[in-house]
Design a protein around this ligand. Sequence first.
Ligand code: BES
Ligand code: MN
Ligand code: ZN
Length: 512
Amino acid sequence: MMRVVAAVSVEGDALVAWGLPVVSGDDGPMVAVDSDALGADVELPSTLDAEWCERLRFTGKVGSTVVLRTAGAKTDVVLVGVGPTARLVGNAGLESLRRAVAAFVRSASGGERAAFVMPVVEGIGIEVATEAVAEAAILTSYRYDVLRSEDAPAGLGELVVVVPGDLDAAEAGVARGTEIASGVTLARDLVNEPAATLTPERFAEVFVGRLASIPGVDVEVWDLARIRQERLGGLLGVAAGSTNEPRVLRATYEPPASVPSGGRVPHVALVGKGITFDTGGLSLKTAGGMETMKTDMGGAAAVFAALEAAARLGAPMRISAWAMLTENMPSGTATKPGDVLTTRKGKTIEVLNTDAEGRLVLSDGLQLAVEAEPDAIIDLATLTGACIVALGDEIAGVMGTGDALVNEIRRASERAGESLWPLPLPEDYRSHIDSEIADMKNIGKAGQAGTISAALLLKEFVDDVPWAHLDIAGPSRADGDRRYLTRGGTGYGVRTLVQLLTSGEFAASLID
Ligand code: BES
Ligand code: MN
Ligand code: ZN
């Protein structure tokens, strides 16, 4: 992982580049910081020639860059567009900053060290702003190269975030941003790892290894025998066709006693869909439809990576998490269309399409969460292709039964820079999942509201606990490098969850 450090000045070692933020002002682009005060050993422009910028078509648009290179000099100066000043405000400003840093890191790729000068984001403190910069820098330079036989070209080694003062706050922000980025990196690694090696068993082992030593965290794995004993009929139905056994991974985090709780400690439960490979089962997917289906454990990866980061950051609430881990394979022992599964809760589901398997494993996961009596339940799942049709591959769908909870999640996602948008859960559509012979069926009406009918099935399992469901089928992977995302797994959900889980306001909202 790339290193990020904060500093008030940069001395000594040569840098490959200085990144200077440039806003797109009404009278042309303007350097957004006082470059004379920086004491850099290369010449940093403090004003820009409007005509020159126009000729280069450099307007200061977010994510655009111009490299100034002096023959013989070791250090480039990179003008980095951060957009209009009016948009360098609040959460939108933070996102502009992330995108600008992404562009800078890409332009400085291959160098050992580069420095980025922090612009002011109105309404955002230096700690939160440097957190966003660190996060974006590390995520931009992410690569999954373990399976390449030739050395991949190196990215940027270290980014120095240059702040005008308040180094302590900047260092705290960089530390937090680094922690969050390593959570996202972990989730990306797990999504990118082929299903041949990332089996349910190994997914669980990875987190047992990582979580065991974190103070306040307990972790447990259920094997096939235990899953049978616990009557997880939904999970078992999906796992029936696989040679690789299913697992349930469970972790709990207790906040340190020093965290103020105002009486009782709030408790949030997380559930992740962990299909390590989704062939569709006997309702087999097409070859094309299967190509990316190692991604189908993206929800479980995000939930557990977020739990780890939140625990390391000392989150002020209890967190319980479950990953429902299995493959979805066709075979002589696989569940057949028309079969009826009895879930842990006792409700029965007629499986008419074995490719609608996520809701089956989540039925048991949500029931386990309900049994822990949390104040709120949040599940993340790459659940429906229909959600990609509705919202595209950059926006997750959010649905739920607790309006306050959904609003808290929307706020956290805006701060974190992960887009999501609400869809309704109309009672009237419950009939879409009426079954001829069981309590419900696992598919809705062909071509209609597929994301909603999936969520309505989940709703059958959450009783009256406030619940939110994130359908992350779209944003879990990116089809190319864009902004601070890299092709393949994105780690979507980690940043929103960590934001939420470490928020004192959210903790308070859970118990009032
Ligand atoms: N894992 C898929 C959803 C998915 C599709 C995620 C494409 C990412 C990209 C899920 O298990 C699935 O197959 N859903 C079906 C449901 C249908 C059979 C009712 C779908 O969306 O087609
Ligand atoms: Mn499926
Ligand atoms: Zn699936």
